[in-house]
Design a protein around this ligand. Structure first.
Ligand SMILES: [Fe+2]
Length: 210
């Protein structure tokens, strides 16, 4: 395996939109494909895990998302380590850009598989930082805004393979466009970065930063 840093083909940078910082970096196309393949290979296994409370009705159309609290993507294969590394690098860059000092943080990371006709409806996560990695979501859009309602101020981000995005979480609503490719699933990894005060033993929160 190449050095972890060699998978990171675009170094982190921060762009501001709608008063929110968005940190971007990019992993290689080959690496994105490897994580797409991993997600699909593990899908049947993930579907044997308990559905996360509140996701009972979404388990059909979002089979892996609906079980996000039952697994960590980082436990599925050692090939996820470059992703962990890239998230950490990008997160540290974001902290610097917003003038925050590193502190004790944990991470939960799952993946989403969406087939033709599926999407994620507008929602937000109650964690300080949220992010997503595009394994294969070409042409898909995620729209971010500061309210439950859509706004012309919303930031729309197009998914390209290998793209990693981290932004602030509280009240940062987002939803995805509907996936329309009948031949290839949309595969993204998603994660939350949280403080020690939010850790609990019902979800898989791994040590992430100090
Ligand atoms: Fe989300």
């Amino acid at each position: 395996m190449p050095d972890l840093a060699e998978h990171l083909v675009e170094q982190p940078h921060v762009e501001w939109g709608n008063n929110r910082p968005f940190a971007f970096s990019r992993l290689s196309d080959e690496y994105a494909k490897a994580l797409e393949d991993l997600a699909l290979a593990k899908e049947q296994l993930i579907k044997t895990l308990p559905v996360t409370k509140g996701w009972e009705t979404g388990a059909e159309k979002s089979p892996t998302t609906a079980r996000f609290a039952s697994f960590s993507a980082f436990h599925l294969s050692p090939i996820t380590l470059p992703l962990y590394f890239a998230i950490h690098e990008t997160y540290r860059h974001l902290l610097q850009a917003i003038d925050q000092k590193p502190t004790a943080r944990f991470i939960q990371c799952w993946y989403n598989i969406h087939r033709s006709g599926a999407s994620l409806v507008r929602h937000c996560h109650a964690y300080p930082f949220i992010g997503t990695f595009s394994a294969y979501a070409d042409g898909s859009l995620t729209q971010y805004g500061n309210a439950k309602e859509l706004s012309g101020e919303d930031v729309v981000i197009e998914h390209v393979p290998g793209q990693l995005v981290i932004t602030t979480g509280p009240n940062h609503y987002h939803h995805t466009s509907t996936w329309n490719d009948p031949d290839r699933a949309r595969v993204t990894y998603a994660f939350d970065i949280l403080g020690a005060n939010q850790w609990n033993s019902n979800q898989i929160f791994l040590p992430f930063d100090i």
